[in-house]
Design a protein around this ligand. Structure first.
Ligand SMILES: Nc1nc2c(ncn2[C@@H]2O[C@H](COP(=O)(O)OP(=O)(O)OP(=O)(O)O)[C@@H](O)[C@H]2O)c(=O)[nH]1
Ligand SMILES: [Mg+2]
Length: 213
């Protein structure tokens, strides 16, 4: 005897073809903080593919995350910049750093995905590259969001620099910023590790709300 196919399962089957395929999300962690936040999202089960970039090798990232070690400045340049800061030169550094987007990242930016850029503003690697990557995506008309954090008040001059980059990024349509300091304001002093974890949780909440259909 011929087996009857229930009507509802037939329509379910049809729907799988009719429904447009949702774009995959590609998460890119830039700089040390960006890598940490990307790792946090991954461990929370945030769906997507992941790339991370830092000037320090990261062996703690999950195997499926594409990690790129990338140096926008030499050891000498880093020392120069640090000394400049130590001497109290308040001029926001705009040295001749290499802000070319690394090839492997650029390749990923061409994918038909939507993107989330994660960065802790205030350092150099992430803060310098996020603008270039965001401009590239904007230019290519890609769907993307930038989610960043700003430093703790006690990080001093770093805040000045973070604010400058934040102002530049704020013109983007999907720009979100979480202040690490707000964790201390709300919960008082605690270890950096705990405060970062709490800040990362807040960034994760922001990301969860993104690209909702
Ligand atoms: N929310 C959060 N913020 C972090 C974390 N780690 C560092 N930060 C913040 O991010 C800021 C930038 O630090 P990094 O990301 O290490 O800087 P970088 O982009 O790697 O730059 P360089 O190391 O200077 O080349 C710091 O001033 C901290 O306030 C983290 O795990 N979570
Ligand atoms: Mg770093």
């Amino acid at each position: 005897m011929k087996k009857k196919v229930p009507l509802h399962s037939a329509t379910d089957w049809l729907n799988t073809f009719v429904e447009p395929k949702k774009k995959e999300t590609h998460i890119i962690g830039l700089g040390g903080a960006g890598c940490n936040i990307a790792k946090y999202l991954y461990e929370k089960g945030f769906k997507g593919t992941y790339s991370c970039l830092s000037n320090v090798e990261r062996t703690d990232l999950p195997a499926s995350v594409l990690f790129i070690e990338h140096h926008i400045y030499s050891k000498e340049k880093q020392l120069q910049l640090i000394l400049k800061r130590v001497k109290g030169d308040k001029e926001v550094p705009k040295p001749d750093l290499d802000t070319t987007i690394p090839e492997l990242i650029e390749k990923r930016l061409k994918d038909n995905c939507r993107f989330i850029l994660l960065v802790g503003l205030g350092g150099m690697t992430g803060s310098y590259l996020v603008k270039q990557v965001a401009d590239y995506l904007k230019d290519k008309d890609k769907e993307f969001a930038v989610v960043c954090t700003t430093p703790f008040n006690f990080e001093g001059d770093t805040n000045e620099y973070a604010d400058k980059i934040k102002d530049e990024l704020a013109v983007l349509p999907n720009f979100y910023c979480f202040s690490n300091e707000s964790i201390r304001e709300k919960y008082g002093n605690m270890t950096m590790r705990k405060a970062f974890a709490m800040a990362n949780e807040e960034v994760w909440k922001i990301c969860k709300e993104l690209f909702k259909e």
